[in-house]
Design a binder for this molecule. Sequence first.
Ligand SMILES: Nc1ncnc2c1ncn2[C@@H]1O[C@H](COP(=O)(O)OP(=O)(O)OP(=O)(O)O)[C@@H](O)[C@H]1O
Ligand SMILES: O=P(O)(O)OC[C@H]1O[C@H](OP(=O)(O)OP(=O)(O)O)[C@H](O)[C@@H]1O
Length: 213
Amino acid sequence: MNEWLTIAMPKGRIFEEAVQLLRKAGFPIPPEFEESRKLIVDAPEANMRFILAKPMDVPTYVEHGVADIGVAGKDTMIEEERDVYEVLDLNISACYLAVAGLPEYEKSDVNPKVASKYPNLATQYFKQQGEQVEIIKLNGSIELAPLVGLADRIVDIVSTGQTLKENGLIELETIVPITSRLIVNPVSYRLKDTVIDDLVERVAQVIGVEEQV
Ligand SMILES: Nc1ncnc2c1ncn2[C@@H]1O[C@H](COP(=O)(O)OP(=O)(O)OP(=O)(O)O)[C@@H](O)[C@H]1O
Ligand SMILES: O=P(O)(O)OC[C@H]1O[C@H](OP(=O)(O)OP(=O)(O)O)[C@H](O)[C@@H]1O
């Protein structure tokens, strides 16, 4: 089995945790691998090429087939709705999405504004809640928006809760728990089914074993 797989993932915590999982699954990925600043890194002995993208772009690379598989946060999958198979919950890079605001926040009927890096997800969520809001798309530092009066509330990732705390914000509603998923391009799955099935099985076994410990 010597077919190469191209794997897209973000370069931060997901890369670190996913590479650990792959190593545990027996794929020989060199020890110094995580230190590189390159955007394309090869692990020839594992027949793997990694392409390192922005988190929100990972499902796009996989949908277009320039990566056979990817590791993407469920947050990006909900936001992007890309045409890819989600084959495994890797249970890494756990966090959750929440609505947050200032402690003195009170729901008002007049055109409430919500800032988020996840405009589609936020729109879906408030629609389900039967609340009409104006979504303001930002690209980062979302917690700033209510502090300066750009928005009344935010929809953002919470992990330790430190960012909310340090900026004097409180969580108002929990939306959904988030973990990273292994995603697959449908055409790659047909053409490289043996090698992809092998990878999925080996990683699933590692996760299974870890869960029992
Ligand atoms: N505290 C957190 N902040 C952001 N993302 C988190 C956090 N905890 C877990 N995640 C998950 O990790 C994903 C981001 O992946 P990662 O941190 O590897 O990307 P990155 O390339 O470092 O991101 P950035 O563009 O923010 O530098 C998110 O989509 C989410 O699913
Ligand atoms: O609950 P915590 O552990 O504090 O983590 C949550 C924070 O981390 C993320 O931001 P990130 O560091 O990715 O920067 P960004 O604001 O530029 O997106 C997220 O958007 C929150 O701001």
